[in-house]
Design a binder for this molecule. Sequence first.
Ligand code: CA
Length: 231
Amino acid sequence: MNNHSVLVVEDDAPVQNLITTTLKAHEYRSMTAATGETAVMMASSYSPDIILMDLGLPDADGVDVIKKIRTWSDVPIIVISARSDDRDKITALDAGADDYLTKPFSVEELLARLRATARRLSAAAGSRSDSVFTNGKLTIDYAAGVAMIDGNEIKLTPIEYKLLCLLAQNVGKVLTHTYITQKIWDAAWESNVASLRVFMATLRKKIESAPDSPQYIQTHIGIGYRMLRVE
Ligand code: CA
């Protein structure tokens, strides 16, 4: 049982039907918009908890709709796109989307993304101003500047620590290479993306019990990284 409201922005009627039927069966409240203009209007009038956003809309590019909504709202936005091109996903994520699903997607996939987003919403509601972050065995004490696994301090370089904090502060959200390198180095050069891979590998060795099948930091090949919420 959940009471989350979901705004479904999709102009393709069969896809819209599939999504709203699925939502209804799982006790989400849903509302729909088939154009960018309606989407912006509904996002502002009804303040949905989650938005599912198709990128190819008849009157607008979904990316521009995301940018508009982001001027006043940090509602989680999951992009649904038929485009398999990574470039579009990256553009949408950089515009402020949280996650993406590529069409065709399964109902299970859609529900998994919604559950993850709903978990993040309830976690955020309780801990927005906390100075201590916990996720599974990982703890970050921001005030002390210390990261721990199972209560044992892990020795991190300043960049590894900054990287870990950035991922933790955006737990559940896919961060693009450009976003991360701009935050860490104040610039997004190709060489920084290569450095990022190196720092990510050493960071994983320190926090993951099995760095080859990481539990905390997920790789999105060609796109970026995400810290997963660990039970
Ligand atoms: Ca479409």
